[in-house]
Design a protein around this ligand. Structure first.
Ligand SMILES: Cc1cc2nc3c(=O)[nH]c(=O)nc-3n(C[C@H](O)[C@H](O)[C@H](O)COP(=O)(O)OP(=O)(O)OC[C@H]3O[C@@H](n4cnc5c(N)ncnc54)[C@H](O)[C@@H]3O)c2cc1C
Ligand SMILES: Cc1cc2nc3c(=O)[nH]c(=O)nc-3n(C[C@H](O)[C@H](O)[C@H](O)COP(=O)(O)O)c2cc1C
Length: 448
């Protein structure tokens, strides 16, 4: 048995050692804070955005420009580049984020969610304002914005105002954002009415070719439209058009399938409304008489551009009308002097009727632009039915293409295809490598 005095002494010694360790950790922490590189200058307004189709970026640019004109120090960056250390240094943060998929973060912010939002960070020194972009058309309205707001609150950050939700670029909500940032930044000239996206112009429907007569699926048309007035619009592979139906209806997006600027080519699947009649957008485009004028604008879609992948081999994966986005990239490659090869993986229902643009694709194959083509049909009784089945069956080929620096582009349906492709890629190369590809811009998606 130890004497009570010895026990007390031992307890004291232990307490002293513990206090010493705590002191050392605190000193080290202070040292780390002081000597870590300054990533956010004091009093700077950080403006971070997460976007899929560019609207959040557009608003971030206007917000940043407005604050800079008022003489404030501003640092604007994609959410993907915002690190935990920067969040801890920052004092004032404005966030503009959209929601994508099924209530998720846009692709470019997936890593931020997994790496930063998975942590507990003391952010009591941070104040922030948040604009969440979304659409009430989706059940999880502005879900990612809400998640980000809740996470910031949990870390002790203080909101300047309740986060603002925007339904499909609703002007009133954008105006609220203008007022809110004017108040928290003490900026006078915030005029969100002037932050309009580009105007609509009139285009004439020149042709509507039915691509899949007798298909089990809904009709798909190849459309060509020319501008009423000489157009100065420019676009590149990956961009979309936004079709204006009327002021009450949200705009409809369609992937542009070509890159020459004399006309716009689209692949449109005619939709039927449950209550009867055609879908408003697809009906207008495919069932109107030739010569009909429609109002549209180009929506630049950086998350599906070629960007740094211009000199890389491409693995192009599409189902159905997703072929539009893939065609645009192939057609862009044709114009490129020394194009690296592409691998097309395309899925539809029946080879006899649903192999859209077969002639053109076979031509690219014979020219060597398409080094490999895997076309699969889900209703022909073959063993490989879907594009994700091709990936699994060709796992080592995929690895080889990736070793040769290939980039992956996925275009088509979110339900059923995009998630299954994502899962197959994770199975084959692992989450970490997929994250890395995403970070390097080598995994791009235009899925809806
Ligand atoms: C990025 C992107 C690219 C696309 N590319 C193509 C393509 O290349 N080819 C193609 O055929 N289709 C494409 N679509 C689908 C297309 O935008 C339309 O959703 C589709 O044509 C059905 O619209 P509709 O007006 O014909 O049908 P409707 O039956 O009139 O619309 C379906 C329902 O959805 C609502 N709705 C439709 N679109 C939207 C929207 N954008 N926001 C909010 N609510 C909406 C309508 O109010 C209605 O309730 C794409 C969609 C996205 C998001
Ligand atoms: C495929 C797809 C999925 C979407 N999913 C959601 C969603 O789950 N919840 C939501 O509120 N908005 C959703 N939206 C709407 C977008 O958030 C909205 O269009 C936003 O303005 C896009 O901003 P961005 O261009 O910055 O990405 C979705 C849009 C698309 C194209």
């Amino acid at each position: 048995m130890l004497a009570p005095l010895v026990v007390v002494k031992m307890l004291w010694a232990a307490a002293l050692v513990l206090a010493y360790i705590v002191l050392c950790v605190a000193v080290y922490w202070q040292y780390r804070r002081r000597h870590s590189p300054v990533m956010v200058a004091p009093k700077t307004w950080l403006i971070a955005y997460a976007t899929q189709t560019g609207y959040a970026h557009h608003l971030a640019q206007h917000t940043a420009k407005t604050l800079r004109l008022a003489g404030l120090s501003v640092q604007e960056l994609p959410l993907a580049q915002l690190t935990a250390a920067m969040l801890q240094q920052a004092e004032q943060l404005l966030l503009i984020v959209s929601t994508y998929g099924n209530g998720e973060a846009p692709d470019s912010a997936r890593l931020f969610v997994r790496r930063v939002m998975a942590q507990a960070l003391p952010l009591t020194g941070l104040r922030y304002g948040l604009l969440a972009l979304g659409s009430r058309h989706y059940p999880q309205f502005c879900a990612f914005g809400g998640e980000l707001d809740a996470w910031l609150q949990t870390q002790g950050a203080q909101a300047y105002f309740d986060y603002i939700r925007v339904d499909n670029s609703d002007k009133q909500a954008i105006s609220l954002w203008g007022n809110a940032i004017a108040e928290c930044t003490h900026c006078q000239n915030v005029m969100p009415d002037a932050w309009q996206q580009s105007a609509f112009s009139s285009w004439i429907i020149q042709s509507q070719e039915l691509l899949n007569p007798n298909s089990l699926g809904a009709p798909v048309y190849y459309l060509q439209l020319t501008p009423v007035n000489p157009s100065h619009e420019t676009w590149q592979a990956g961009d979309l058009i936004q079709l204006h139906i009327n002021d009450q209806q949200p705009l409809r997006d369609y992937s542009i399938a070509n890159v020459t600027s004399d006309h716009i080519a689209l692949l449109v699947r005619l939709q039927y409304r449950p209550e009867g009649g055609y879908g408003l957008g697809s009906g207008l485009l495919t069932q109107s008489a030739l010569g009909t004028e429609v109002a549209l604008r180009i929506r630049h879609n950086p998350s599906f551009h070629i960007a740094n992948n211009q000199h890389r081999p491409l693995i192009l994966i599409a189902n159905g009308i997703g072929l539009a986005g893939v065609l645009a990239h192939l057609r862009q490659r044709v114009l490129q002097a020394s194009a690296r090869p592409c691998w097309l993986i395309f899925g539809e229902r029946q080879r006899a009727v649903d192999y859209f643009c077969q002639q053109e694709l076979e031509q690219y194959q014979s020219q060597g632009l398409l080094a490999r083509v895997d076309v699969v049909f889900s209703r022909d009784g073959e063993s490989l039915r879907y594009v994700q089945d091709v990936l699994m069956a060709q796992a080592s080929e995929l690895q080889q293409w990736l070793t040769q620096d290939a980039a992956i582009y996925v275009c088509g349906s979110l339900q059923g295809m995009a998630q299954a492709v994502d899962d197959a890629l994770k199975d084959i190369i692992g989450q970490q490598q997929l994250d890395m590809l995403s970070q390097e811009g080598r995994y791009q998606r235009d899925v809806y």
